[in-house]
Each structure stands twice: as C-alpha cells, then as structure tokens.
Design a protein around this ligand. Structure first.
Ligand code: C5P
Ligand code: MG
Length: 196
C-alpha cells in the first residue's frame, strides 16, 4: 500500500437507498472525505456553462452524465482536499462508462479500500423517494423521473456491481432496516476491512 495513492471507498445502490444518510454517519465516525457524485454534478449544473446545461438536462431525465464530466469533478475535489483520509465516493460508479473513465483517470494511482453495495426492494424505495420529494426540491424526485432512475439502475448500475466485486473488497448490505440497523451492519464489516 503506497502512501501516495488515493484511498477510496465506493458506496453504491439504487435511488433512495440511503447512501447520503449512511455517508453522513460514516463521515462522523471515521472522518472520511465524502464526495457525492450527484452532489458535485448538481453544484456544477447551477453554473451557466455548456457543461452546466448538459448536466441539468441529463439529471432531470434521470439519465447518467458522461464520465468525462463526472470523473473530472471528482478528481478536482479530491486534489483540492488532499489525501488526508479515505475518500468516501457516493453514487459512483453508476455504469460501465463510469468504471472505464475512472480507470483511465486513476489507473493504478488509487487503492480501493472497499465497495459498499446497498440493496433494497423497489416498492420501499419508491415510497421513500416520494416522501423525500415533498421537501428535497430535486428536479428528479418526480414520479416519472423516479421510474426512469430505477430503470437506469436495473439496466446499467446493478450489472456493474459484479465488476466492483472483481475490482476489490466489498461489503453488501440489505438496507431495508432502520438507519441505525443499516449503519451497524456496515460498520461491523467495515471495521474488519479497515484493519487489513
Ligand atoms: O446519487 P444521486 O441520487 O445524487 O444522483 C442523482 C443524479 O445524478 C443521477 O440520477 C444521475 O442523473 C446523476 N449522476 C450521474 N452519474 C453519477 C452519479 C449521479 O450521472 N455517477
Ligand atoms: Mg445521494
């Protein structure tokens, strides 16, 4: 393990599974540096630039932004914060393009500490998202966009979970319990991985 590598944890799972909620708790406990791919994209989308407009339009359809944009936002944020701790990268990779672009940019300059793969039934997720829609103000928390985000998840994101399992260690947690139940399950496995 080389000190100059970017140490990374990927956390992935379907829309509404609670990635952000779990990330907040993980950051509090382990002081990881949290980078939400969706959050970085939403911030960029506010800018009145070509990329900003493109991101806006893609997000509001629930589709996936080209990796060139997403990965460069991630890399920039990582370099700005410095390698002070493990980067907890949330909502990435989302498809094969995201994996290919990551490898192109980071090559062997990163160490995948673990992937955290969260899962949950669609019915429960839809309920949570519609509840969140009442206050999130997100352009993609609408019934038809939510449906498309699930479709994109099933067609593009779920298949690459197998790739993540080949790329390094992983933790797989069914996220259908309470926030604390899910968190405790993650922590018990994560502590083992961090010891190695
Ligand atoms: O992860 P989050 O739910 O915040 O992502 C919101 C949206 O951001 C996704 O539906 C997608 O449009 C976009 N996104 C993306 N590529 C990623 C992560 C998010 O295009 N790796
Ligand atoms: Mg999120």
């Amino acid at each position: 393990m080389s000190e100059d590598k970017y140490k990374v944890i990927f956390i992935v799972g379907p829309p509404g599974v609670g990635k952000n909620t779990q990330c907040d708790k993980l950051v509090e406990k382990y002081k990881f540096i949290h980078l939400g791919a969706g959050d970085l994209l939403r911030a960029e989308a506010k800018k009145d630039t070509e990329d900003g407009k493109l991101i806006n339009s893609i997000i509001s359809q629930g589709k996936i932004v080209p990796v060139k944009i997403t990965c460069s936002l991630l890399k920039k944020a990582m370099d700005e914060s410095g390698k002070k701790n493990i980067f907890l990268i949330d909502g990435y990779p989302r498809n094969q393009d995201n994996i290919d672009g990551w490898i192109e940019v980071f090559g062997d300059k990163y160490q995948l500490v673990t992937s955290i793969i969260l899962g949950c039934d669609e019915a429960q997720l839809e309920k949570r998202l519609l509840e969140r829609a009442k206050s999130s103000g997100r352009s993609d928390d609408k019934v038809d966009v939510i449906k498309n985000r699930f479709k994109v998840y099933v067609e593009q994101s779920q298949p690459i979970e197998a790739k993540l399992k080949e790329m390094g260690p992983f933790i797989e947690v069914k996220a259908d319990g309470t926030v604390d139940e899910v968190f405790n399950k993650i922590v018990s496995e994560l502590d083992q991985k961090l010891k190695k």
